[in-house]
Design a protein around this ligand. Structure first.
Ligand code: PHE
Length: 339
């Protein structure tokens, strides 16, 4: 039995030194020195020995137990220290490393210009109105005096979702919605997204317009010219002139297009304005009395003007952006120039 004990001790010493984790060590501990351990089994077997041998063997087993307990506790300290060092290493911070840079976002150039235009008109007493991106033919065409055979209704220009359901091609739809629900005097702007099947350096299939509508007694074309001039100067500085040039829109009479002096060359003619000296910014006109009458506004009493500015156009002019598509590609190298 003594030999057997020696063997067990030998085995225990080896295994304890080989064990690597605290968990495994605790399992060894209960196997060798715990209540149901091998050493306790030896204790139980003492009664099978001759009487005179029992005290001595008891002492030997106790000593073995003490020895193993000590080896285990030493090994436990070692393992704990190693585990502690390992976590320290894993969680260590290299204070000499450069810090992680936090990128700061900024407003998109269109958002900036949108807000700036909005603020300019709010400061001149306009209220901001909203319409819908998805519209019907009545608000996008019929009520705006656009005949059924007008080329703008064509599938190649307009994105139709279903018969009579379309993505609005202009913010002029909001003119109609406001006239349906409000009595004059009316003085609103309506910024928003518009959609047309167009895609090149100066057209995007989804673009932004800022509509304006003023209806009151005694409003004149001179008021329209005046407000446009004030706006252009607020937006581009005192030196920039604007002009209006005869044009046609079905819902205004007379109609005009709004130009500003080329921000690049100041009017001399360059490649940005294609030698013209002027750049186009939107459409305008006096609201056709027909439109007013159809919406129940007395055209004998009230007169109105309206205009629609291309927000993306204004952004291109303001920041001298050569291609509209740059505004929608969201290339950070481009966008960071506006932060
Ligand atoms: N809605 C017209 C367009 O998109 C612009 C416009 C607005 C013209 C208001 C006259 C009056 O081309």
């Amino acid at each position: 039995m003594k030999k057997e004990l020696e063997k067990t001790l030998e085995l225990a010493r080896e295994e304890i030194l080989e064990v690597l984790t605290h968990h495994d060590l605790m399992q060894l501990k209960s196997r060798f020195v715990g209540k149901k351990s091998v050493l306790n089994n030896f204790m139980k077997k003492i009664s099978t020995l001759p009487k005179e041998e029992r005290p001595l063997f008891g002492q030997i087993v106790n000593k073995a137990k003490e020895e193993l307990a000590e080896i285990i506790s030493n090994r436990e300290k070692e393992i704990k220290e190693k585990e502690y060092n390992r976590t320290l290493q894993a969680e260590s911070i290299d204070l000499t490393m450069p810090g992680r840079k936090r990128e700061q976002g900024s407003l998109h150039p269109i958002t900036k210009v949108w807000r700036e235009i909005e603020d300019n008109f709010i400061s001149m007493g306009f209220e901001v109105a909203e319409g819908f991106d998805i519209e019907d033919e009545f608000h996008n065409f019929d009520a705006l005096n656009t005949p059924h055979d007008h080329p703008a209704r064509d599938l190649s220009d307009t994105f139709y979702i279903e018969d009579d359901v379309l993505l609005r091609t202009q913010t002029s739809t909001v003119q109609i919605r406001i006239m349906e629900s409000h009595k004059p005097p009316i003085k609103i702007i309506a910024p928003g997204r518009c959609y047309r099947n167009d895609n090149d350096a100066s057209h995007s299939p989804a673009f932004h317009q800022m509509e304006a509508l003023v209806i009151d007694e005694g409003v004149t074309f001179a008021d329209l010219k005046d407000i446009l001039n004030i706006f252009v100067k607020k937006m581009f500085g005192d030196k920039i002139e604007s002009r209006i040039r005869p044009h046609f829109f079905p819902f205004t009479e007379p109609s005009a297009e709004i130009d500003i002096v080329c921000v690049n060359c100041g009017g001399k003619g360059c490649n940005v304005c294609k030698g013209q000296g002027w750049l186009e910014m939107g459409g305008a006109g006096m609201v056709d009395p027909n439109v007013l009458d159809k919406l129940g506004i007395d055209s004998e009493k009230y007169v109105g003007y309206a205009f629609g500015l291309g927000i993306d156009r204004v952004a291109m002019l303001k920041y001298k952006i050569p291609d509209m598509r740059l505004l929608f590609e969201n290339d950070l190298r481009f966008l960071k120039q506006f932060s």
